[in-house]
Design a protein around this ligand. Structure first.
Ligand code: PMP
Length: 348
């Protein structure tokens, strides 16, 4: 979901942005109107996330998936090896891509328990000579989330924050680089945000395509080529909306309450179940199963009738998955919990 207020604002500004006589979609990315939109969005994101001055914020295309290749290409430098923590589908994709460019040390791997836990700090087998450590703080498909930020000493920590960015405050200074596809908590698809510490720029290998080189985009304020202008604009509206809600502290309070309610409903009965270890449960993506999977279709059909959409679990894991990103109102979670209880009663 996107916040309704944001979509309404985009609608109101659709044909004529701020008296310019143009839609944002029609603007030159180098015109003064669009430049003001772009720089305000960056400023608001910096404010909202308290991004330190020695980090660049890049507004890129190609999705988070492109960063799986861009990260080794940009960050290996003279090193030959990088550490990866494998906690699910998205880590696996990042690892498979990195293996094309370097030797990958798997610092931890939870596939043995079906990706239902996160490794503890003590379990991480980190290589002090690694170029970087990569992990996925929130695995979107498995609904598995780290409850701590790994300590990696002098080795830069790289986080794929695609499905949890902006859900709560984070200490950006703990990371060498953060990246996130826009289409969850940031804005419409088409944009990927990279937040990178300046000292990590300028080490790209010679074979790095110009468009994959973070330095190219840092030096050109993400305007080396035509950026995803409309996504960037709507993302800026979302950052303003987050500020109006009271910032990330306020988002965190609501998000935690939403997640707690849903997990409480799942845990209250054996009719439903959560595969994920309690300390690793995601605030954003909540997978759950019906004890009798034969009832899945009836559960989903009734949910759809009540306006509860997109609940079918990812094809790789089955069951259900509730996506309760920032823009999902608490009433949405209440409606799901009410339907879960009603459905269970109707079956007994
Ligand atoms: N990483 C994570 C954690 C994701 O959830 C996703 C998308 N669901 C991706 C990477 C891939 O993002 P994109 O589609 O923007 O390439």
């Amino acid at each position: 979901m996107l916040p309704t207020a944001v979509i309404e604002r985009a609608q109101a500004e659709m044909l004529d942005w701020n008296g310019s006589g143009m839609s944002v979609m029609e603007m030159s990315h180098r015109g003064k109107e669009y430049m003001s939109i772009a720089s305000k969005a960056e400023k608001d994101l910096r404010d909202v996330m308290s991004i330190p001055d020695n980090y660049k914020v890049l507004f890129l295309q190609g999705g988070a998936s492109s960063q799986f290749a861009a990260i080794p290409l940009n960050l290996l430098g003279e090193k030959k090896s990088a550490d990866y923590i494998n906690t699910g589908m998205w880590s696996k994709k990042a690892i498979a891509e990195a293996k094309r460019y370097c030797s990958v040390n798997i610092a931890a791997d939870t596939s043995g328990n079906g990706f239902t836990t996160v490794p503890t700090q003590a379990e991480l087998k980190l290589n002090p000579d690694a170029a970087y450590v990569h992990y996925t703080p929130n695995e979107t498909i498995g609904g598995v989330e780290f409850d701590y930020i790994p300590e990696t000493g002098d080795v830069p920590l790289i986080a794929d924050l695609s499905s949890t960015i902006l859900s709560r405050p984070i200490d950006v200074s703990r990371f060498g680089m953060i990246y996130a596809g826009a289409q969850k908590n940031i804005g419409p698809a088409g944009l990927c945000i990279v937040i990178i510490r300046e000292d990590l720029l300028g080490k790209a290998s010679d074979i790095t395509p110009t468009m994959f080189n973070y330095a190219t985009h840092a030096e050109n304020d993400s305007m080396y080529n035509t950026p995803a202008t409309y996504s960037w604009y709507v993302s800026g509206l979302v950052f303003e909306w987050i500020k109006e809600q009271g910032g990330l502290e306020a988002m965190a309070v609501v998000n935690k309450r939403k997640a707690d309610k849903l997990y409480a409903a799942i845990d209250a009965t054996d009719f439903y179940g959560s595969p994920v270890a309690i300390n690793a449960r995601s605030w954003m993506n909540v997978p759950f199963t019906l004890a009798n999977a034969d009832l899945d279709a009836a559960f989903l059909a009734g949910a759809a009738e009540r306006g509860l959409a997109t609940l079918k679990g990812h094809r790789s894991v089955g069951g259900m998955r509730a996506s309760i990103y920032n823009a999902m109102p608490e009433e949405g979670v209440d409606a799901l919990v009410a339907w879960m209880q009603e459905f269970e009663s109707s079956q007994s």
